[in-house]
Design a protein around this ligand. Structure first.
Ligand SMILES: [Zn+2]
Length: 369
C-alpha cells in the first residue's frame, strides 16, 4: 500500500513536472527567421546523431579568417546559412609597418589604445584599400550568405560597463580632409588649437564629417558586395547605445550614424551584451535597446521590410557570468519584435558549457517549431 502510494505520488510528481515544463516552454515565434550562433563552427551540435537543423540553428557567423571552403560546405550541407564577420577598423597588426595609420589625439600625439583596443585612422588611404580588397576577395572566393562589418567605429573601448572614449583623429591627413570636404578653414592652426576648435565651436561640423567618413566606408562595402556577390546580405555589428546615451557618444565619439548607414545595410545587429555592460540582472535591457533601435530606424519587423534587426545577445560569461537559468530570458528579449532574427555570443566559450548549449537549443527548437 505504502509502495503504491509512493509510486502514485512519484507518477504525479513526474506529471506535474512535465506540465510545468510545457508551461515554461516558449511559444513559437514565426517572426524570428534566423536563429544563429556567432564565433565558430558548432561541431558538437553536428555529432552523435545531432544536426544543426535538429538543434534549431539555421545560421552561423565565422570570422573572416576562419572562413574556408570546407567549413562553408559543411555548414551549408546542414541547411545553415553562413555569414562572415569582417574586421573593418581594428586590424592593429597593420600599424607595425604603417605607424602613420595610428589615430592621433587632440594633443597631436598618437593616442594610446584604451584598454588595448587599437583603432585605425579612418582616412588612411592604403589601409582602406587593403580592407576593401580583402572584403572583395572574401566575397568572390566564398559562397557565403553575407558579411557583417565589425569594429566599424572610431578608436575606442566601449564593449564594457565603463567605456573609454578618447577624441580622435587629429592627424594631418584627417585635418586636411576635413577642411577640404567642409570648406571650413582651420587657418593653419597647430594641432592643439585646431582640436580645441573642433571639439568646441565646430563640434557639430566635426561630428558630421567624422560620421560621414565612416558611412562612406559602408557605402563602398555595399558597392563591392553588389558587384561581387549581389545575393549576399550586408550586416553590421554595432554599439547598442541609443543616440542620447553618454552625451550622444554614438555619433560624437564613435562616429556611428546608423540612419545614414541604413541605405547601404540589410541587417543591423546591435550588441546588447547585458551582463558585460552592467545589466547582468536585467535581461529586459536587451529588448529596450532593440525597441529603441526599431523606432530610430523605422524598422518594425514586418514581412517585406528591406532592413532587418537581428541582435547578437550574450550567453558567454564575459565581464559577468550569464547563468544557465537566464538563457531563456535573454533569448526571449532578444527575439521580441522589431527583431526578426537573433544570434548568440559566442560559440568559442559556450561550447565548454554544455548545460547552456542545451538551454539555447531548447529555446531555438521551441520558437522554431
Ligand atoms: Zn587621421
Amino acid at each position: 500500500m505504502r509502495l503504491t502510494l509512493a509510486l502514485a505520488a512519484g507518477a504525479l510528481a513526474v506529471l506535474l513536472a512535465g506540465l510545468a515544463l510545457a508551461e515554461d516552454e516558449p511559444a513559437r515565434r514565426p517572426h524570428v527567421r534566423v536563429r544563429g550562433i556567432y564565433g565558430g563552427v558548432p561541431t558538437t551540435l553536428m555529432e552523435d546523431g545531432r544536426t544543426l537543423e535538429t538543434s534549431g540553428v539555421d545560421a552561423v557567423w565565422i570570422g573572416e579568417r576562419g572562413i574556408t571552403k570546407e567549413r562553408v560546405a559543411k555548414l551549408r550541407a546542414q541547411g545553415a546559412k553562413v555569414f562572415a564577420e569582417f574586421n573593418t577598423l581594428h586590424r592593429k597588426e597593420y600599424l607595425k609597418e604603417h605607424p602613420a595609420a595610428a589615430p592621433v589625439g587632440p594633443d597631436g600625439e598618437v593616442c594610446p589604445p584604451p584598454h588595448d583596443w587599437q583603432g585605425i585612422c579612418p582616412t588612411h588611404v592604403a589601409y582602406r584599400t587593403w580592407r576593401m580588397d580583402a572584403f572583395r576577395t572574401l566575397l568572390a572566393e566564398h559562397e557565403i550568405d553575407g558579411v557583417w562589418l565589425d569594429y566599424h567605429h572610431a578608436h575606442a573601448s566601449w564593449e564594457r560597463k565603463e567605456p573609454a572614449l578618447p577624441d580622435t583623429c587629429f592627424c594631418e591627413r584627417c585635418l586636411a580632409k576635413f577642411q577640404e570636404d567642409t570648406g571650413l578653414d582651420l587657418e593653419g592652426a597647430p594641432v592643439k588649437e585646431a582640436a580645441k576648435r573642433l571639439l568646441g565651436a565646430e563640434r557639430e561640423a566635426w561630428t558630421r564629417w567624422r560620421c560621414a567618413v565612416f558611412t562612406d566606408w559602408v557605402r563602398e562595402f555595399r558597392e563591392i558586395l553588389d558587384a561581387t556577390r549581389p545575393t549576399a546580405l550586408l550586416g553590421t555589428f554595432h554599439c547598442p547605445w541609443t543616440d542620447e546615451e553618454r552625451g550622444g557618444a554614438l555619433k560624437r565619439k564613435l562616429a556611428i550614424d546608423l540612419r545614414a548607414q541604413k541605405p547601404y545595410l540589410d541587417v543591423f545587429s546591435p550588441m546588447p551584451y547585458h551582463a558585460r555592460f552592467g545589466h547582468a540582472a536585467d535581461p529586459a535591457w536587451i529588448s529596450r535597446q532593440t525597441t529603441w533601435l526599431g523606432k530610430y530606424l523605422g524598422v518594425e519587423g514586418q514581412d517585406g521590410e528591406r532592413v532587418r534587426i537581428w541582435p547578437i545577445v550574450q550567453l558567454s560569461d564575459w565581464g559577468e557570468p550569464v547563468p544557465v537559468a537566464q538563457v531563456a530570458s535573454v533569448l526571449e528579449h532578444g527575439t521580441r519584435l522589431p527583431a526578426t532574427g537573433v544570434l548568440v555570443f559566442a560559440w568559442g566559450s559556450l561550447r565548454k558549457q554544455p548545460a547552456k548549449v542545451d538551454a539555447l537549443v531548447g529555446f531555438y527548437r521551441a520558437i522554431g517549431r
